[in-house]
Design a protein around this ligand. Sequence first.
Ligand SMILES: O=C(O)CCC(=O)C(=O)O
Ligand SMILES: [Fe+2]
Length: 402
Amino acid sequence: MAPTPPFNPPSADLPGKPFVPEWIPPAVTKEKHNFAQLKSIDLSLLDSEDPAVVDNLIQQVKVAIRDDGFLFLENYGVSLEQLHRQFALAQYLYNNISEEDKERLLFDPDTGVWSGYKHPYGFKRHRGPPDGIEQFNWYKPDWASPQTRVPSCLHPFMDEIESFATYLTQSVNRRLLTLFSRVLELPDDYLWHHVQSHGSPTGEGYFRHALFRPVPKQTEEASKGLRMHGHTDFGLTTLLFSVPISCLQIWGRDEQWYYVPYKPGALVINIGDTLEIVSGGHFKATRHRVFRPPVDQRHEERLSLVLFNSSVGGLRMQPAYESPLIQREGCVEEQGVYKEFRNLTAQGKLVPTNKQWREIQIATVTDPTDTVRNRVGADQVLIDGKVMHQREYMGVKVVLPV
Ligand SMILES: O=C(O)CCC(=O)C(=O)O
Ligand SMILES: [Fe+2]
């Protein structure tokens, strides 16, 4: 295959663009305990002329998904310098967004989308206890009308932000879905054509600039150090950039939480519910959470850039039965959302559409500071002596580690 073109963004120095201070990555933690060891996939190998190299790559992906459900992706076409420019733009946003824009563009999760500005007071439109998390989320309508739907301080940089999101979706995620299609022994574009949503830089998904600030003592106590509940992402794949402040944790096979280490420039790929279902449980949706960082980073701010890739909203997911892997080995019945969807289908009931599935979760999200909901008897249950978070969405039970 011809080498994939690398990311080629519009210039940062065009006339009319204000000066944007560099983003200086904060120091890495000295803490060494409780870090996951994740496998890293070199995406450029997919372009190799040598079929043995490509076969080996697919095998590596298969093992990484089976063992960890999380993987690092490297050499995907964006340089460290280009990436740091995107972090600098996110930093610029939080240093320059006006109070008027925060008010005008305030998100409303009750609608089932995160679109717009999230204030640092919980995951509802009204202000709850401080959670220190600010976000700006770009959905299809926000890309279409940036003049009215994006903070004005970012207007001069929309060319760069849009081209970045487009490259991540159209090039990086498309190649990633090729890898996953090949693991399922399906045609290269199977997941891209049949499952991934299209149109606008992010299809039905969204791109996010997030800033996590240190939290006050009361928040820390109420949430027990949790910044975002243990969860799986509801879409197809999530592309997170590895960041120096260690807050992201994944649930290991030994049922413990582990921090994701910092690998400069790498993407952290996590598998969403849709991919678990399409793969008939061969891929596990990644269980992850956001937790306070190790002590030496506790006073640092954490920027996080994320692309959430979504499946076609109107589809009701089922395993891709045409997959030779599924035909040969059957589905993997023991886990998660796939199993719940399968049980509903077996009872002759309709599973939720992808759109319903993501919107219900956004609309009913709870905060880690919510001491009423986060206790056994409300949203938590004891299973084999372990406290688990249990929710039910449209007849689908979701049980996750706290
Ligand atoms: O910021 C992060 O590292 C993770 C955020 C996350 O898991 C999510 O928003 O779904
Ligand atoms: Fe997530």
